[in-house]
Ligand binder design. Structure first.
Ligand SMILES: [Zn+2]
Length: 324
């Protein structure tokens, strides 16, 4: 006897059953799961927060769906918006934020908040570190650049903040960063606690936001990662300045240049020339000031050289406890 082919209702039934199984699978993992990389971060380090098993209903980034870093007393230290990352099932969301160098606590937590509701939380053990203390003498001209009230300076600061506080959607650079300059001669370090002594003898304090390379004017400066040039212009305090966007909320900044070779809106490749170093703006000598911002916060640039912020294998292995 010849076997007849399976009937249409049988095939339809099988397909529907498979379809139901397929759609049912995410429901099994509806418990939100969170992973924070790296383990035991140092002060100033960026944190990658990964979230899965949570049904997100709005387009991301959304200002009410975020990862918030809090100290033991519930005080907010920094925060970042989630964006969709990687084509995986169930969907994976990531937020990039920074453990501020000023954090005094030993422990903190990352809370995932959606429209004010706490979704899931993860504890953070903080690694202490020491920062250099130094005093910098400013002559009358530099004292004026730093301290004299100036409406243009205020406008420039507001304009820069509007750029740095923006979380986009583009992932231009998933790899680790590289230094922007070949020289390893550093004259200023991330997190240096500085006292500025003005020409009139008064003082002010600040925390150094990036790394200074003491190089002669005219040294080639390259992009530390691929991205889009979002600022390329002369500013009062930072001289000829370039800002490149790399990831949602992640920017690199290059200050005091003698010349800019890119324009706003153009794309750059990792290592691609941005301009030449110099001593424009508030500079006591020729150097390149290199700075990284992650969700608005100053971040230790060396931490981005050491580890890519969006390492899919590392994230999945931390979330699911499997080795890549
Ligand atoms: Zn600097």
């Amino acid at each position: 006897m010849k076997r007849s082919p399976p009937s249409f209702p049988l095939i339809f039934g099988l397909v529907s059953a498979l379809f139901l199984l397929g759609t049912a699978r995410p429901a099994l993992s509806q418990t939100p799961k969170i992973a924070v990389l790296p383990d035991n971060p140092r002060l100033g380090e960026p944190l990658t927060v990964a979230l899965t098993g949570y049904p997100v209903k709005t387009a991301l980034p959304h200002r009410e769906f975020r990862a918030v870093l809090k100290d033991g007393n519930g005080r907010r230290l920094s925060q970042a918006l989630f964006f969709e990352f990687a084509d995986v099932n169930p969907p994976l969301f990531t937020a990039l934020l920074t453990l501020p160098s000023t954090t005094g606590a030993d422990f903190a937590s990352i809370d995932v908040e959606d429209r004010g509701a706490l979704i899931v939380s993860a504890p953070i053990n903080i690694q202490k570190r020491e920062f250099i203390r130094e005093t910098i003498e400013l002559d009358q001209n530099l004292s004026d650049i730093r301290a004299k009230p100036d409406p243009l300076k205020a406008r420039e600061a507001a304009q820069l903040w509007a750029i740095l506080s923006h979380t986009g959607t583009d992932i231009w650079a998933a790899d680790a960063f590289i230094p922007p300059i070949k020289s390893t001669r550093r004259t200023g370090f991330f997190g240096d606690r500085r006292i500025f002594r003005y020409a009139d003898g008064s003082t002010d304090t600040s925390i150094h936001a990036g790394i200074d390379y003491g190089v002669p004017t005219g040294t080639e400066v390259g992009a530390s990662a691929s991205g889009k040039v979002v600022l390329a212009r002369l500013r009062i305090v930072t001289g000829y300045s370039v800002v490149v966007e790399h990831l949602p909320g992640v920017y690199s900044l290059y200050y005091h240049l003698s010349r800019i070779d890119v324009s706003e809106g153009s794309m750059v490749k990792q290592g691609g020339r941005l301009g030449l170093s110099g001593a424009t703006g508030l500079a006591t000598g020729p150097h390149l000031h290199w700075e990284i911002r992650v969700s608005g916060e100053n971040t230790d640039p060396d931490a981005l050289i050491a580890r890519p912020l969006l390492d899919k294998n590392a994230i999945l292995s931390k979330l699911y406890g499997i080795s890549p």
